[in-house]
Design a protein around this ligand. Structure first.
Ligand SMILES: Nc1ncnc2c1ncn2[C@@H]1O[C@H](COP(=O)(O)OP(=O)(O)OP(=O)(O)O)[C@@H](O)[C@H]1O
Ligand SMILES: [Mg+2]
Length: 243
């Protein structure tokens, strides 16, 4: 029997113009930093933006944004709180400080529930911080969110790109659009990733250098947006992301 909540999800996401899932083949490549900074950058440009942290294993956008003690409001569903001009929703509101991550069917259920109850209303962009790689949660999100677009983050390493190749192949099989690939934490000049991206018929959006100042700006949004990291990302977004 189909879950009635799945029909509700379509309704909940109906007024969102573009959904961007910031994803990667492997962990630790900068997804959360890019998802948060992308959302903030778009909001500062005047767009209506939501940020949804769905990384069940290590939610971290609340730390990047410096969000403390917020709780979403319940009103015929859940209204995401407004944080630095964003509508912000995170799995952390529900998992809290719990050390044991959700597993198996509990993840699917939590995902369905979160998508079914969250009232984003009208948005230009919804940015999702995805769990790393091709997990069950990734597949569930793809199944639940019909209009999803993937933005893939990789580091300059061959090891990272190898996992991107697999993710890209899977998304192509599922006919899910990949809008671009960003190379993050670049430390030396090398055309390797750009070449690989292009010979896999993907759009190379650009590169972001390794930025020593990033760590001290975590939790301080104004400082974060002043970093080289954020300025480079802003440029990449202006050139490549269309509503
Ligand atoms: N361009 C960069 N320069 C310097 N440090 C960076 C850069 N991008 C990300 N980092 C740092 O690398 C670490 C991993 O970044 P982040 O948590 O955003 O990755 P992630 O892909 O979301 O990881 P996970 O898979 O664990 O969710 C963080 O400490 C972050 O501050
Ligand atoms: Mg993360």
């Amino acid at each position: 029997m189909s879950d009635p909540r799945i029909t509700i999800i379509g309704e909940r996401l109906k007024e969102i113009s573009k959904i961007v899932a910031v994803s990667s083949g492997k962990g630790g490549v900068g997804k959360s930093l890019i998802a948060s900074t992308l959302a903030l950058t778009l909001a500062r440009k005047g767009y209506k933006v939501g940020l949804f942290d769905l990384d069940f294993t290590s939610p971290s956008t609340h730390i990047i944004l410096g969000v403390e003690g917020l709780q979403p409001k319940e009103e015929k569903g859940i209204i995401p709180p407004q944080v630095h001009d964003l509508k912000y929703m995170s799995i952390v509101y529900y998992s809290g400080e719990q050390t044991l991550p959700l597993r198996g069917a509990d993840i699917s259920n939590a995902l369905i529930e979160l998508f079914a109850i969250t009232r984003w209303n009208r948005l230009d962009f919804l940015v999702i911080d995805m769990p790393p790689g091709i997990s069950d949660a990734t597949l569930d999100i793809i199944r639940l969110v019909k209009k999803i677009n993937f933005l893939i983050v990789t580091t300059p390493s061959k090891l990272a790109f190898e996992t991107v190749r697999k993710l890209a192949r899977l998304l192509a099989e599922l006919k899910i659009p990949i809008i671009g690939v960003v190379e993050n934490m670049k430390i030396k000049d090398s055309p390797f990733i750009k070449q690989q991206v292009e010979c896999n018929d993907l759009n190379f959006w650009g590169e972001i250098p390794f930025d020593n100042k990033l760590e001290e700006s975590l939790g301080k949004v104004d400082r974060l947006l002043e970093t080289v990291f954020a300025r480079e990302l802003k440029e990449i977004v202006s050139e490549n992301l269309k509503l």
